[in-house]
Design a protein around this ligand. Structure first.
Ligand code: FE
Length: 348
């Protein structure tokens, strides 16, 4: 009887003690609003918590969902770090004043200047953490490779009835057009958009994977896709994906003509971050060697930090390429001009 009472007492004491230590040392945490959700990202967050003791509370949605949520939360937003996909969306977040100033020598040193937006008038920067390329995919039976090996050639009259793309208001298209405005000038890009509209095999619809499949089936002759969609299909063991990949050719566009268009996924610290120190710690962690590898390879992308290499057989098999020299910040600034130009051309 006495033993039992003692046991209860010690159990109670242990409970009281753990409660006391909990109160004395509050849990360090971080609220992450992320439009990225890959299985490998999971391992990344666990590793960060293990290294720093900072618990990550995740709010996940697609890019529009994240942007809408932060907008509706306003000044009460609990977001510490915002991760988005494509410079077009990071720019949108910046225009909505969603980001906070970040001073980090480490981030400035690690992330190349062309893959981030320097602090604007409000002092708010954002950073790219992985890169992707916008490539050309064509049907090997119906299209000659040399007829479609630059973005500009897709708008040539000889490609009438062959071109498919996703919607002209999608960020991937807006960013590409933003890049072309930088590279070829506004007038030439306006003409390009008209040529593209005249060449459509069908009205723009679907995502990048749908375009690749439509090219494989012969409904379209040529399309644009982000590199990771192609790499993902290459690695698929589904028979329809394998058949599709066998029918299409892959092109690094504009080699020796300005390079392939490069975009990013990235993020920044949120304007009202309740845990600013933890937020910067997390952003810096994302730029570290091990996190860079995980973050990029998980979605068949490339690390933003140039010294970090990934071992991805699918990407390796596509060979080396020349990337565009335009900065993602310059591309992002052309969003409104890009949308206007596409609307005027009747790009759906
Ligand atoms: Fe995507």
């Amino acid at each position: 009887m006495k033993t039992k009472k003692l046991l209860i007492t010690s159990a109670f004491l242990a409970f009281a003690f753990s409660g006391a230590s909990f109160a004395a040392e509050p849990v360090k945490e971080l609220n992450l609003y992320s439009a990225r959700h890959y299985q490998t990202d999971e391992a990344l967050y666990t590793d960060f918590t293990k290294k720093t003791g900072i618990k990550i509370n995740r709010i996940e949605a697609d890019d529009n969902g994240i942007l809408e949520r932060i907008k509706s939360e306003g000044d009460k937003s609990q977001a510490d770090v915002i991760l988005l996909v494509d410079a077009a969306r990071l720019w949108r977040a910046q225009m909505h004043n969603f980001f906070a100033p970040v001073k980090s020598k480490y981030l400035d040193e690690r992330i190349p200047q062309n893959l981030r937006a320097a602090a604007d008038a409000k002092g708010t920067p954002w950073f790219g953490f992985s890169t992707r390329a916008r490539v050309i995919v064509y049907n090997k039976a119906t299209v000659k490779r040399s007829d479609v090996d630059t973005y500009e050639k897709l708008a040539n009259p000889d490609n009438k009835g062959k071109v498919c793309t996703r919607s002209g208001s999608h960020p991937y298209m807006l960013s590409l057009v933003g890049a072309l405005i930088e590279r070829d000038g506004l007038t030439a890009t306006e003409e390009w958009a008209k040529g593209m509209v005249a060449n459509m095999a069908r009205s723009p619809r679907g995502g990048d994977t749908d375009q690749i499949k439509a090219v494989a089936s012969g409904e379209c002759g040529v399309t644009l896709a982000n590199s990771y969609y192609f790499a993902r299909m290459m690695q698929s063991d589904k028979s329809d994906d394998m058949t599709a990949i066998s029918k299409v050719g892959f092109i690094w566009p504009n080699q020796n003509a300005g390079g392939v268009h490069i975009n990013i996924s990235g993020g920044g610290m949120a304007r009202n971050a309740p845990h600013p120190q933890e937020a910067i710690q997390f952003l810096e962690y994302l730029a570290s060697d091990s996190a860079q590898e995980y973050f990029s390879n998980g979605n068949n992308e490339w690390p933003a930090v140039p010294s970090v290499k990934v071992d991805n057989p699918a990407l390796k098999s596509l060979g080396g390429f020349q990337a565009e020299k335009v900065s993602v910040a310059a591309i992002a600034k052309n969003q409104i001009a890009a949308q206007k130009l596409l609307d005027q051309a009747g790009y759906k």
